[in-house]
Ligand binder design. Structure first.
Ligand code: FES
Length: 93
């Protein structure tokens, strides 16, 4: 079991845990922390769940289909392999 810390940079930084035995994706960990995040397809197609990855590394389940910039990740389709820092427009905390 691997545990990592996800830091979300917003007006104030929020830290949430990622437990490999409990969470499938970064999106899953964010949702379970009661933070509302935008998503649609949950399969790397639409790109709605993209965030900026400031620090750390992630691994994808499969190659992303949606267009993303070099510093962006699709939270529905990857999981952290280190502690990560992301920038995301939070709907509601
Ligand atoms: S929800 Fe569509 S790409 Fe992540």
């Amino acid at each position: 079991m691997m545990n990592y810390k996800i830091t979300i940079h917003h007006t104030q930084d929020i830290q949430i845990p990622f437990y490999s035995n409990k969470h499938i994706s970064i999106l899953d960990a964010i949702e379970q922390s009661k933070i509302q995040i935008e998503f649609q397809c949950r399969s790397s197609f639409c790109g709605i769940c993209r965030v900026i990855l400031c620090k750390g590394k992630v691994r994808y389940f499969c190659k992303p289909i949606a267009f993303i910039d070099k510093n962006e990740i699709l939270t529905c389709s990857c999981y952290p392999i280190t502690n990560i820092d992301i920038i995301y427009h939070i709907i509601n905390v």
